[in-house]
Design a protein around this ligand. Structure first.
Ligand code: MG
Length: 253
């Protein structure tokens, strides 16, 4: 099932995407999904980020290839940082290139969307707290990350957390192809089988630190091949079994 969030006729809704049709659901998808009769054509709606996270817990260095390209040792436990809710954008929204950065990189990742309040969950039960999976672009001002030594400024600009296009609820994430394309050219090509810490370990580890709320997102880390974007570029994060998240890069006004 593909859960979407969208605007239609000036109102925001959650719905289920079936082919080229979006069927409304009652309320939000976090307390169980109740389909309503009303439906829209996909072409009539504007898709939004498929959830409204209170926070994004992002994981650094979770693919061996990416650790190697940045000459990092492999972490003994998941390396966590936060991206603010104000950074979130949805499909086809612009990533705004901040004037104070000279290098803004894409990082294609799988996003894990939390279904219900999770605190100190065990890996064996962790998937019960996952609503589904989405594509995520952990946009990063790489030059500022290197200058600062910690990552808040580099990772937190408005528009630096692209999420979507929907939440796929039925997905085995043990071996999914994940790609990032820049203007159609494949720049990152990885597979979730190479995650150092897979989904259940991540949900458990993050929930031991911070209570996860419905709609929160864990960005599970990026494979090797990260690189810079320029204003005017089109970037797509594509994950097997989910689909593609497309955004454009725009100059700061
Ligand atoms: Mg990342």
């Amino acid at each position: 099932m593909k859960i979407v969030r969208f605007t239609a006729s000036g109102r925001r809704h959650y719905g289920i995407l079936k082919g080229d049709k979006v069927q409304l659901i009652s309320g939000n998808p976090f307390g169980g999904i109740k389909l309503l009769e009303d439906a829209f054509k996909l072409s009539e709606v504007k898709l939004l980020a498929p959830c409204v996270p209170s926070k994004i817990a992002a994981i650094g260095i979770n693919y061996r290839g990416h650790a190697a390209e940045f000459k990092h040792d492999l972490p003994a436990s998941p390396l966590m940082f936060l991206k603010p809710s104000t950074a979130v954008i949805g499909p086809l929204a612009d990533i705004v290139y901040p004037s104070i950065s000279k290098q803004v990189d894409f990082e294609g990742e799988m996003g894990i969307v939390i279904s219900r309040k999770a605190r100190r969950v065990e890996p064996a039960e962790a998937l019960d707290f996952v609503l589904g999976y989405t594509c995520f672009n952990d946009v990063t001002a790489r030059d500022l990350q290197k200058i600062d030594g910690q990552w808040t400024r580099a990772k937190s600009f408005d528009t630096f957390a692209a999420v979507g296009p929907w939440i796929e609820t039925e997905l085995d994430t043990s071996a999914l192809k994940i790609e990032t394309r820049l203007n159609g050219e494949v720049k990152q090509s990885g597979n979730t089988r190479d995650l150092i810490f897979p989904v259940a370990r991540l949900v458990a580890a993050v929930s031991r630190v911070m209570t996860l709320l419905p709609g929160d997102v864990i960005a599970s880390g990026t494979p090797e091949g990260v690189g810079p974007m320029q204003p005017g570029d089109m970037v797509e994060v594509r994950i097997e079994g989910i689909g593609g998240l497309v955004n454009h890069v725009a100059t700061e006004k």
